[in-house]
Design a protein around this ligand. Sequence first.
Ligand SMILES: Cc1cc2nc3c(=O)[nH]c(=O)nc-3n(C[C@H](O)[C@H](O)[C@H](O)COP(=O)(O)OP(=O)(O)OC[C@H]3O[C@@H](n4cnc5c(N)ncnc54)[C@H](O)[C@@H]3O)c2cc1C
Length: 366
Amino acid sequence: MKQIRDAIVIGSGIIGSAIAFALTRAGIRRVTLVEKGPLVSGMTRRNAGLVHPFQAHPLLCDLANASYDFYNQWAISFGGKSPFVETGAAVVSNFAAPERFAMWNAHANASEIEPAALTARYPNVTDQFRAVMFSPRAGYADAVITAQALVNTAKANGLEVQTGTQAKQIVVKQRHVQGVQTTTGELEAPMVVIAAGGWSERLLAPLGISLQLRFRRGIVEFYEQPPTITHELPMLLDANSTFFFRPHPYHMSAAGRVSLESQTQGIESLDEFVSASDSTSVKQFVEACLAEFANVSTKRAHPILYDTPKDGLPALGRIANIDGLYVAVGFGTSAFAVAPAVGETLAQLLVDGSAARDVSSFSPLR
Ligand SMILES: Cc1cc2nc3c(=O)[nH]c(=O)nc-3n(C[C@H](O)[C@H](O)[C@H](O)COP(=O)(O)OP(=O)(O)OC[C@H]3O[C@@H](n4cnc5c(N)ncnc54)[C@H](O)[C@@H]3O)c2cc1C
């Protein structure tokens, strides 16, 4: 039997969870979140939960600035203990004034500081860099706990969650969305949001649509924090957005790298292999920032994939030639940092037909 809903969201990663949360908060009554596995079982489960404004495009910086306010004011939406830990974030560079610094100066709520000023604030950080950009409005959170909190709050506002349910086909008639055919039955709704991460192309292909998603691989490693670290640590990033370091609860630290080269290996065939050379390069970045990490060894590590369209920017908004079909896909390593504002923007698009923020530069079929 068909179930009749107002909106369907496909995918319970950080993006789909934030959208489901925002739709129920915007007053859409019958929203269903469809997830093929357990809740939050895609790449969000592996991601580093970084919240910072150092993004690759002014609009992503703007979405990150708005999302920071959401994470920082967690108690307003959720009450209780916030999973967000504010650390501040610095982009460090061995070269003077990298190109992106001007963009971040204008859009990222950040400013260039003397390397010595970073060390004065965080005494364990070396001052050997040529240029440093700093924002106090940054930190991290456990991505799974955050996504689950968004879904649970939305459930209290009427969200229906169907886990173990795979969306098989978007049903479209005469260029209008009718609903979704799933492995457990048909859901009828005039609005469908695809937030299925790297799996999204499969749902769009039968409609003759491709987002041209590319996959890039990376690793996340965890170290025990050396006992000589006695001060707070910031989040640290390199100017090419290849490496990151952040503190982690229980006297641990996390660090990682992303590959800038796209690969043909799809999301279904992600192996668990972490190469020694990747591990070494991450460790070198951490040591260059924090000399006391010279002798730490990796406690655990995992690979991770991220997806973005060909130009590296996400696909966000309505699919122009099909009424009622929306996508929010390809946010790459920015997904967690921007998810709350992405959810809010999509909710405005679905409810009002337009959003306060102009997201046309991320138009899915650009
Ligand atoms: C080293 C490294 C570090 C990273 N760190 C971060 C970080 O700090 N922050 C960040 O945001 N990103 C980070 N990423 C990127 C991260 O991998 C993802 O880009 C991000 O988690 C994607 O979120 P998502 O919600 O779009 O997709 P996902 O979390 O993958 O969610 C998609 C969901 O859709 C479900 N699904 C798929 N198809 C269907 C279907 N047909 N029917 C029903 N359900 C379906 C999946 O099971 C999955 O749960 C990092 C990547 C690398 C390489």
